[in-house]
Design a protein around this ligand. Sequence first.
Ligand SMILES: Cc1cc2nc3c(=O)[nH]c(=O)nc-3n(C[C@H](O)[C@H](O)[C@H](O)COP(=O)(O)OP(=O)(O)OC[C@H]3O[C@@H](n4cnc5c(N)ncnc54)[C@H](O)[C@@H]3O)c2cc1C
Length: 457
Amino acid sequence: MSTSHEYDVVVVGAGTAGCYAAATVADEGLDVAVVERKSEEEAGHIACGDALKGADAFPEAIPKSQIEGAFTNTGVDHGRFEIPQEDTVLDIPVPGELAVIDRLKYGRLLIDAAEHAGADFHYNTVVQDVTQAADGTVTGIRGIHSTDAITYDADVVIDGAGSLSLLQDKTDFSNTHFDTNVSYSQFCSAYREIVEVPEPVEWDDALVFKPTERAAGYLWYFPRTDTTINAGLGFQMTEEPMKLVEDLRRDLETRPEFEGAQVTDKLGAALPTRRPYDSAVADGFLAAGDAAGHVNPTTGGGIAGAAYAGTYAAEQAVKAVSESDVSEDALWRYNERVMDHFGARYAGLDVYNVLSTAVDVDDLMGLLASLPGEKLAEALYSGTTSFGPMLLAKTAKESFGYWSQILEFYRTKNLADELMEHYARYPRRAEALPVWQDQRDQLMDEIYEMTGAEPKY
Ligand SMILES: Cc1cc2nc3c(=O)[nH]c(=O)nc-3n(C[C@H](O)[C@H](O)[C@H](O)COP(=O)(O)OP(=O)(O)OC[C@H]3O[C@@H](n4cnc5c(N)ncnc54)[C@H](O)[C@@H]3O)c2cc1C
């Protein structure tokens, strides 16, 4: 049997990007369907560290008031960086509002909100292909619902299908500027368990981080409550694969507070740790969230980027449908809004990610231990930081032995700043993208040369 549907906009994926996109389209009175491969019960159950940053300023389509029922810990105010190599623990303030959440409950609240706005949800439906007109315009999707073929015709398709989205493998993007320079090496493989501990932990006001034994990875312990801990780890896919389950178990066994603990849930997934896509639009098509690399590449935080990108993509889609022009040019403004809001910053942060793949983990940890916490926090979230003379003098004293790394770090920071300035000049028209990309690639060449890292793009 085969069924077909017609909508103004079809969104693939009932995650953060998909739900914000669908709620935004529905609020504007257009017909929108969300197509999700999982069942209604499983939808919203997504591998995550459960740390939600900046929800107080989330887009209006699904404001904080509609998701805060999932916040289980709003008392976290700092990161606790354990550096065993240096026998040091660094406390680093977390700027802005942060909540640790019950991820499944949050996922369900998002779906409820989008459904309440008027979006239709179609579960158990795996998208397998896109349909395109002779000129390349995306005109819909094809998939399987249970065992039946199903098609959706739409003016615009929004890809919110997450990391390494299948839709992008199926779409012919020739004659567009859509970013297809995407490979596994720009992703991180991550795994987490939800662990119930018998006694309350003392660090329920902190996100705990610890480097993995090899560079370019970390373990985390995020307290959903003082007895429910999200424990996980990830590594950059440029590295030799780690044995995630075993490595997590080994670390858990060294921590007395986890004695007698029970694991209640396990999930793993890939997440992008790369710069945002240079362009995430094609005729009739927009990608948002993990499907377009909208994740802070140093922290792995992607919920906020997905919420904003889903909203911006939907706003552009609504405008395009209303004006009967769904061309790449008509959708281009979406790219500009992403770059303006957070894309430039994430591209800058990616430079530190590139650096981290090229340095020795002991050197990096020694260096981090020597730097002041608030400056690290600034670097981690804003992509840049500056040292006053007093601070420089203090850091120089404490960081004796790491000066050559600091010099390299400082030079890399200057290049990251230059890169962000270049992103501030992101082109206003698709046709200007190749020249902008050439200039950006020259800056990246300098970054690879400075850091000695393998080119990532
Ligand atoms: C282990 C781990 C820990 C993380 N920790 C944090 C954290 O603490 N804080 C934070 O902010 N971010 C974190 N992230 C990142 C964050 O989870 C993602 O950035 C965010 O979920 C992206 O949302 P999204 O809507 O783009 O994609 P997703 O949430 O991945 O949603 C994609 C949806 O599309 C559906 N789908 C995929 N393919 C198809 C198909 N072919 N047909 C139909 N449906 C399909 C999926 O089932 C899914 O429901 C973490 C990620 C991982 C993997």
